[in-house]
Design a protein. Structure first.
Length: 106
């Protein structure tokens, strides 16, 4: 895989991870306002974007596992960073939103 291809995959991962991040932050805002159904919907939309980012990442891993040399690009590294931080944000949002729900029940 040449540098241009890895850069394009990086952009794809950045785009999907960025979309997921935005949806997760919107879900937090919705839960702060007590709109838990909307928060749940936004989290599901974020999950779908994460799946798409993982598909791009998996295609990269598959190529490397089959012996294809992968030329790294800063964009690809940036995409991986975006995906990792988005996955962490997803885990945190799950817990924070649950705390909002518990507070509303009290």
């Amino acid at each position: 895989m040449n540098r241009e291809e890895s850069t394009l995959l990086g952009f794809e991962i950045v785009a999907f991870a960025g979309e997921a991040r935005s949806k997760l932050l919107e879900a937090l805002n919705a839960s702060q306002q007590g709109n838990y159904d909307k928060a749940d919907q936004l989290i599901e939309e974020a999950n779908q974007a994460i799946v798409e980012a993982h598909k791009a990442q998996t295609s990269l891993l598959t190529k490397e596992a089959s012996g294809d040399h992968i030329e790294l690009s800063v964009t690809l590294m940036h995409g991986q960073d975006h995906l990792m931080t988005t996955l962490l944000l997803k885990d945190l949002m799950k817990h924070i939103i649950e705390l909002y729900k518990r507070g509303a029940e009290s």
